[in-house]
Ligand binder design. Structure first.
Ligand code: DGL
Length: 292
């Protein structure tokens, strides 16, 4: 009987791991918490290695492996890649390596985009643009859709450096958006989880006819459904908790993140590379029974 199965009980009470290179994934965490207030979350920002957007696929895959392996040792029941770069470059490669569900942004984002329009601009990191993941996902769903992808390498350093509200940032944002406005797009996809932090600027600069799509909404719905189908969700009631952990400087993360979240008290640090090295011999089954 499922109700009396101790593993199943522990799995339901486990938290949901959410990771990104830095503060970008907070835009996904916000939506997840709105949809699933009873769930607890373990947020990891890989701030020692941010930005991810100019890394190679090999690096991104290895970072994902290290982070998810460490998250398993913390008792997560599911992992959300709150990072488009990881979702584009690593999800297909590594999701099968782990005994828990791992979800990413590209497919939910593409599905949400085609519901809004057929002239679709995607702003993303250079690595995500180079992977062509959004182009492929969108045109697979709607072969008639036109897609323009623009890599915006300056955005993440500006956001992580707490430089959002400066004239320089506005000028840089405008220069990238103009490339898409010239193509007469009717839909804009936030193809990097950092970029919704720039939404107040972006939405002012775009013509009012352009609809903005944040893939976090569709991803959160996919998470809700996956929890339900697998019987992993917590019963509604007590609100869940959130733990924040980074690989870099905790004070800097807290300072930047507090502009969006007043609930950040403690930020812990972890060396996920070391944690991964210490757990190389744990097989899928062992990780499942030891840590969940
Ligand atoms: N926020 C991540 C993404 O969605 C990573 C950005 C970066 O570190 O370059 O792609």
């Amino acid at each position: 009987m499922i109700r009396n199965n101790p593993v199943m009980r522990t799995r339901q009470s486990g938290s949901i791991g959410v990771f990104d290179s830095g503060v970008g994934g907070l835009t996904v965490l916000r939506t997840l918490q709105q949809c699933l207030p009873q769930e607890s979350f373990l947020y990891f920002g890989d701030t020692a290695r941010v930005p991810y957007g100019n890394r190679t696929p090999r690096e991104i895959i290895q970072f994902g492996r290290e982070i998810i392996t460490w998250m398993l040792t913390q008792g997560v029941k599911m992992v959300v890649m709150a990072c488009n770069t990881s979702s584009a470059l690593a999800l297909d490669e590594i999701r099968q390596e782990f005994p828990i569900p791992v979800l990413g942004l590209i497919l939910p984002g593409a599905k949400a985009a085609v519901q809004q329009g057929d002239r679709i601009g995607v702003i993303a990191t250079p690595a995500t643009v180079q992977s062509d993941a959004y182009y492929r996902a969108i045109t697979e769903i709607n072969p008639q859709a036109r897609v323009w992808q623009v890599g915006c390498p300056e955005f993440v350093p500006l956001i992580e450096g707490n430089q959002i509200h400066t004239a320089k940032t506005r000028t840089i944002v405008a220069s990238y958006l103009n490339l898409l406005i010239e193509q007469e797009i009717n839909t804009l996809v936030y193809g990097c989880t950092h970029y919704p932090h720039l939404a107040p600027i972006i939405e002012q600069l775009l013509p009012p006819t352009v609809r903005c799509v944040d893939p976090a909404g569709a991803l959160s719905q996919a998470v809700v459904q996956e929890l339900r189908v697998l019987g992993l969700g917590r019963a509604p009631g007590r609100p869940g908790q959130c733990r924040f952990v980074v690989s870099g400087k905790p004070n800097h993360f807290a300072r930047v993140a507090r502009q969006w979240r007043s609930d950040i008290q403690t930020v812990e640090t972890v060396n996920v590379k070391k944690a991964y090295r210490m757990a190389p011999l744990l097989t899928k089954g062992e990780l499942n029974s030891v840590d969940l």
